[in-house]
Design a protein around this ligand. Structure first.
Ligand code: SAH
Length: 353
């Protein structure tokens, strides 16, 4: 390969302003003698108004806009492919500004929109029922790459400022990328940025205990969902290697602490795997755990990926029966009937394989 042309090399080395928090933006722009109030205007353009071309930042001096465009990138990533499903689900393949690709999903059902974000390229946790695990971990996403997914999906679906829910449930383990994810939460909830209500954000973890405890102490934190998926250490060890490090009792203690400290009930997610974790005994133990923690429960019938994952979902009849049994026991339970299965956009089906 020959040497890169100078322009290309320069473009690569330009810092990306997209994803910087207010203070960082102010201090990065200080050497250019950009006053703080201009830095704050840029912040509003990028995150509140979603205008990323400095040419459109009309309340800034023209020569400053030109200087910014020369020296910086403002890149949330680009959509390089989509797969749609009849049920209103779209899976997006996104080329990341710092290299590599991930997937993100938007789901529109009745008048409720949910955006499902990735937090890592791949995942290190190796859950045996999840396709993303097969990729291994490539790297953490930056805050800008996480927020960028929201920007791209909101623009693509023309959602404007309509409220929607955001779930950190795409590729990766969000609490394994603590700094990137919490920075993206601060950005999303900043009233002079996108201004999302934190109540509309949910982070799902496989059970990274120290990070759950740390998150409970954050001034701004999303709601917490925990992928329980089994009611005994024996089964959970088989499904989720993270359980060997943080076994059920330790995880459940952390959940209790989180909900006490944050005054938010935790949601337990439970992927139903036929013959593995769906016996009557499992469901009884599950009910006890959920009740003891004043938690909510979300059942997820397993989404198959033939040739890759070896499990099966119980049939719909059995899923309804499990739900009804739990309802009869007074457990607040809902079923996440799979959305986007045909487009391989459902839980556990995201991977660049
Ligand atoms: N790493 C985080 C978030 C990503 S997974 C976590 O583990 O919570 C999001 C949800 O999808 C988790 O509850 C996970 O248990 C579930 N999931 C993974 N693979 C699945 C599959 N094949 N079918 C159904 N749900 C799956």
């Amino acid at each position: 390969m020959g040497p890169k042309c100078p322009n290309e090399a320069m473009a690569e080395s330009k810092p990306n302003l997209y994803g910087m928090e207010r203070e960082e933006l102010r201090s990065v722009l200080e050497p250019l003698e950009v006053p703080r109030f201009h830095a704050d205007q840029i912040y509003r353009w990028m995150y509140h108004r979603r205008v990323l071309d400095p040419g459109g930042w009309t309340d800034l001096p023209k020569n400053l806009r030109e200087r910014l465009a020369e020296r910086y990138r403002i890149e949330p990533g680009t959509i390089s492919g989509t797969a749609g499903d009849d049920d209103g689900t779209i899976k997006y393949r996104i080329d990341l500004p710092e290299g590599g690709q991930i997937e993100a999903v938007s789901m529109i059902q009745d008048d409720r929109t949910t955006l499902c974000l990735s937090s890592q390229v791949g995942c290190a946790l190796g859950c045996t029922f999840c396709l993303t695990a097969k990729m291994g971990l490539k790297r953490n996403l930056t805050a800008g790459e996480i927020l960028g997914q929201v920007h791209l999906l909101v623009e693509d679906r023309d959602l404007g400022d309509a409220p929607c829910n955001i779930v950190y449930m795409g590729m990766g383990e969000p609490l394994h990328n603590y700094d990137g994810v919490t920075a993206s939460t601060r950005l999303l909830t900043d009233p002079s940025g996108p201004g999302w209500s934190r109540k509309r954000l949910t982070l799902s973890t496989a059970g990274m205990v120290p990070a759950i405890i740390r998150l409970a102490g954050e001034p701004i934190r999303p709601r917490l969902a925990v992928s329980l998926n089994a009611t005994t250490d024996e089964v959970r060890n088989r499904l989720m290697p993270v359980n060997r490090k943080y076994p059920l009792a330790v995880l459940l203690d952390a959940c209790r602490q989180f909900s006490l400290q944050s005054r938010d009930p935790v949601t337990f997610e439970y992927v139903l795997l036929a013959g593995v974790n769906d016996s009557d005994g499992d469901i009884r133990r599950l009910a006890r755990i959920v009740r003891d923690h004043h938690a909510k429960l979300n059942l997820i019938p397993f989404n198959a990926v033939p040739d890759w994952l070896e499990f099966e979902s119980p049939d719909d009849h059995r899923v309804r029966k499990i739900r009804d049994t739990l309802l009869d026991m007074g457990i607040p339970v809902s079923v996440r009937w799979s959305r986007g299965r045909d487009a391989r956009a459902a839980c556990g089906q995201l991977a660049m394989l």
